[in-house]
Design a protein around this ligand. Structure first.
Ligand code: FE
Length: 199
């Protein structure tokens, strides 16, 4: 039986600088990735593996689409879940970011800059090989993800994430994103990642 994913449900209203309409449209895209992922899983049950080919084959198309859809789901869930209200920059993530980047403003400048330079996503992640925290830029859901890293803070910089609210002014959207970070969630992710590191 094919493995299926259920879309998660979020309350995406009340974020200053990120309108309910913007986030509702964005959520609809996320549900689309879930539906396509589930469709791909069904098709993988019956696709002809004997015709696999790297130039073109039905299996190749499904596997490429699977990468895009599954990473799209995971990145969007991480993004929606790290939106929050009135959560102070504190705890272990604060000490980790300050130890890595020097201070919050330097981190913010580097993460924001990566958000201008990337075409898809910026992820602050914990490298499970080295234990270091780093900023990972992705040009698409399935392009550029650092292997064996745990996502701590995820920012969508595709135009669809901000076009309704900001037109092409991505830097303004990034400013608004920084006003709505769920640092409690980021701290929980960091604890989870550090526990994996110590295993
Ligand atoms: Fe998106």
């Amino acid at each position: 039986m094919a493995f299926k994913i259920e879309p998660k449900v979020y309350n995406l209203e009340g974020f200053p600088g990120l309108s309910a309409r913007q986030l509702a449209e964005h959520y609809t895209l996320y549900v689309g990735y879930v539906n396509k992922y589930n469709e791909i899983q069904e098709l993988l049950e019956t696709v002809d593996y004997s015709k696999a080919n790297q130039t073109y084959s039905d299996l190749r198309s499904l596997k490429v689409g699977e990468n895009f859809a599954l990473n799209g789901i995971k990145l969007h869930e991480a993004y929606f879940e790290n939106l929050g209200l009135n959560q102070p920059f504190a705890g272990r993530i604060q000490t980790t970011i300050e130890a890595t980047f020097g201070d919050y403003d330097t981190f913010k400048a580097k993460f924001s800059g990566a958000g201008i330079a990337a075409r898809g996503w910026v992820v602050l992640s914990l490298d499970l090989n080295s234990g270091n925290v780093a900023i990972n830029s992705l040009d698409a859901h399935d392009v550029g993800y650092f292997v064996n890293t745990f996502p701590l803070l995820v920012m969508d910089v595709y135009e669809h994430a901000y076009m309704i609210d900001y037109g092409i002014k991505r830097a303004d959207y990034i400013q608004a994103f920084f006003q709505n970070i769920a640092w409690d969630t980021v701290n929980m992710r960091l604890e989870k990642a550090l526990a994996m590191l110590s295993r």
